[in-house]
Design a protein around this ligand. Structure first.
Ligand code: PEP
Length: 253
């Protein structure tokens, strides 16, 4: 049976000491009162990964993700980090195509498709992000917009490879704004995404795919969002920086 996921994307926040403190507090709360039906993923900046991996050796319920990866195996790409390096640092997941990377680093669908391949070939699970800007939502073009992102980024994969991918639907107008998609908006888009996946990979593969919601998810709205039929967890930004809020969200299933 597929497991729900809560992933905390710290973005470019937390010194190493702050990060260690945050993860220790989360891990202690989870160890005291485990939540077995949820996979918990901490997604810190690259530089924290190896230290947090050591800390998490004693907490097998929590694993690590990276916020990005390079699309090449190795070589003269100054400042970049490969998927093989991530794997060897204890990382299991990698976020690919976050809207901030698409917007600020000009990451195209074509580039993201190569990052997905690179992640899968080194044993990392891609968390592939999609989501529309406000202008597209206002003209009711959100489904076509997101379907294009999914088709271009993922639909070159075999059914077997696709089965290893996690999707995060993150409407850009909800990220970091405090404005969450309503339950009806989230369910409608998640269902549409699942139908789009089924049109390529069949009903069974679409049903098994975990589709996370992201965008101003917090303890006060998590229960309602996670109760939706087609929402299999959350990608959490701001609220993942506060241990009590993050654990509250984890306990919202
Ligand atoms: C995110 O950046 O993926 C995100 C969902 O951020 P926030 O929860 O802060 O809206």
């Amino acid at each position: 049976m597929k497991k729900n996921i809560i992933a905390g994307n710290w973005k470019m926040n937390n010194s190493l000491d702050d990060g260690l403190k945050l993860v220790s507090e989360i891990a202690t709360m989870i160890k005291e009162d485990p939540v077995n039906e949820v996979e918990i993923i901490i997604v810190p900046p690259f530089i924290h990964l190896t230290v947090l991996d050591k800390l998490l050796q004693d907490y097998d319920q929590i694993c690590l993700g990276a916020q990005n990866c390079n699309e090449h195996d190795s070589g003269a790409y100054t400042g970049e980090v490969s998927t093989a390096m991530l794997k060897s640092s204890g990382v299991d997941y990698v976020i690919i195509g976050h809207s901030e990377r698409r917007a600020y680093f000009n990451e195209s669908d074509e580039l993201l498709a190569t990052k997905v391949n690179q992640a899968l070939s080194n044993g990392l699970t891609p968390i592939f992000c999609c989501g529309e800007p406000l202008s597209v939502r206002e003209s009711n073009g959100q489904e076509d917009f997101v379907f294009t992102q999914l088709t271009n980024g993922l639909f070159h994969l075999s059914e077997e490879s696709f089965g290893k991918v996690v999707i995060a639907y993150e409407p850009i107008w909800a990220i970091g704004t405090g404005v969450t998609a309503s339950a009806a908006q989230a369910q409608e888009m998640h269902k549409a995404i699942r139908n789009h996946l089924a049109s390529k990979y069949g009903q069974k593969a679409a049903k098994n795919c975990r589709i996370l919601y992201g965008g101003s998810c917090k303890p006060s709205n998590a229960k309602e969002l996670f109760a939706l039929d087609d929402v299999d967890g959350g990608l959490i930004g701001g609220a993942s920086l506060n241990p009590a809020d993050f654990v509250d969200i984890i306990r919202s299933f």
